[in-house]
Ligand binder design. Structure first.
Ligand code: PLP
Length: 419
């Protein structure tokens, strides 16, 4: 198994890339918070493999859950059959979310969870075919998910193909700022005009992830939700990025004390080991979806995969049985201290931290071909995009790990390394 990168280049697509561009590193081992690269270097993980690996890699509890389930059975179809991993995971998720959320649909990934939520909302709302969302969001890469993702973002190429949804401006104001009536003026106007066509509001609660890594006012979210409900819209929260403690609360919705009708989970659900999404909804939504003996028409081949459900259960239990709030607060402090020196660097527009998310926003897009190898050289795995250099480290990161990651970001952004 040598020259992974060279052989990869001949055949493989990578996320959001051409077949040739962007630096690539072979990984030969991943353990705890460390990735070992093909060339023998070891880097500290600052990404949790896209928010997912909250317990780091090869966590013994997660690995044991996978081994135990593979020794029972790896998969059976979910049509007409059920199994303990799915039942127990559903019970666990229901116990950890708002009491109104009682029904669980397991999907294959985050994007598919969003598709499922859109279909549920539309099926529950006869005569209403579109949904309302905000600019600056990111909800995945399948067609329905793209339709609610910021149209000026990464999916502009597919305009004309995806359903045209109704967009509000980016949520304002920012997290700590007071909401004024003008912030909601357009919301009221749009709902007045088009509310009757809209099945649901679909948003990431409080933190917009891949659409800009920014956090907005919980009070804005509360007021947006209540205006939408006045017009008969269901409320769908995409907690795929915000869930499982990342923002300092267990769910993004908890910042605002709002309960959605439908919620999408993914990413950290399996602790970063496998792909799985979950959609939870209220009894009312489930009843409306299945009104008049109707069925919900979605059912992936690998629905509720037992391995994924078993490891999810282990990951979620491991999280909630520890002082995750204290852990995230400690990471928050370390990121705040570690990234503070970035304020003094030229070309830095903003430095912000919420929960276990630390962001350095640049004035201009970074040059990945320069920045990515520099970050690796400084000993950290951090994957910037556009103007954002950010970290969402595993919750198992030591203070030393966090210093390495933030230090690497600050050093890599020093003028010599800037494009
Ligand atoms: C990553 C993400 C998705 C898509 O999840 P996939 O598993 O990549 O399909 C959807 N919504 C949000 C908020 C995400 O961060």
């Amino acid at each position: 198994m040598t020259d992974l990168v060279g052989r990869d280049r001949k055949h493989l697509w990578h996320p959001y890339s051409t077949a040739t561009a962007s630096p690539l590193f072979g990984v030969v081992a991943a353990e705890g918070t460390r990735l070992t690269l093909e060339d023998g270097r070891t880097v500290v993980d600052g990404m949790s493999s896209w928010w997912a690996a909250i317990h780091g890699y090869r966590h013994p509890v997660l690995d044991a859950a996978l081994h135990a389930q593979v020794d029972r059975f790896a998969h059976v179809m979910f049509g007409g059959l059920t199994h303990a991993p799915a039942v127990e995971l559903a019970e666990l998720l229901v116990s950890l979310t708002a009491p109104q959320l009682t029904k669980v649909f397991f999907a294959d990934s985050g994007s598919v969870a969003v598709e499922v939520a859109l279909k549920m909302a539309v099926q529950a709302s006869p005569g209403r075919h579109r949904v309302l969302t905000v600019r600056g969001g990111y909800h995945g890469d399948t067609s329905g998910a793209m339709s609610v993702t910021d149209p000026d973002g990464m999916h502009g190429l597919y305009a004309g193909h995806v359903v045209e949804q109704v967009f509000l401006p980016r949520p304002r104001p920012l997290y700590d700022e007071p909401v004024r009536d003008e912030h909601l003026a357009e919301v009221a106007e749009v709902l007045q005009r088009r509310g009757h066509e809209l099945a649901a509001l679909v948003v990431e609660p409080v933190v917009q992830g891949a659409g800009g890594m920014r956090w907005y006012s919980p009070d804005y979210l509360r007021r947006l939700v209540s205006l939408c409900r006045e017009h008969g819209l269901l409320v769908v929260f995409d907690e795929i990025a915000t869930g499982f403690g990342r923002t300092g609360e267990l769910w993004g919705a908890d910042h605002a004390g709002v309960v959605p009708d439908i919620v999408c989970l993914g990413k950290a659900l399996t602790g970063g080991t496998m792909t799985l999404g979950a959609v939870l909804c209220t009894d009312e939504v489930a009843d409306r979806v299945c009104a008049n003996g109707g069925a919900f028409m979605h059912g992936p081949t690998f629905m509720a995969n037992p391995l994924a459900c078993a490891v999810s259960q282990a990951s979620v239990r491991l999280l909630v049985e520890q002082d995750w709030r204290g852990t995230v607060a400690r990471i928050s402090e370390a990121l705040t201290a570690g990234l503070a020196p970035a304020w003094d660097l030229p070309g830095v527009a903003d430095v912000r931290v919420l929960g276990a998310i630390g962001v350095v926003e640049l004035e201009e897009s970074c040059d990945m071909a320069v920045l990515q190898p520099r970050l690796v050289e400084e000993g950290a795995w951090v994957r910037p995009f556009g103007r954002l250099v950010y970290t969402m480290p595993p919750y198992t990161s030591s203070l030393e790990d966090l210093e390495t990651v933030t230090g690497a970001i600050v050093k890599a952004l020093q003028p010599a390394g800037r494009p």
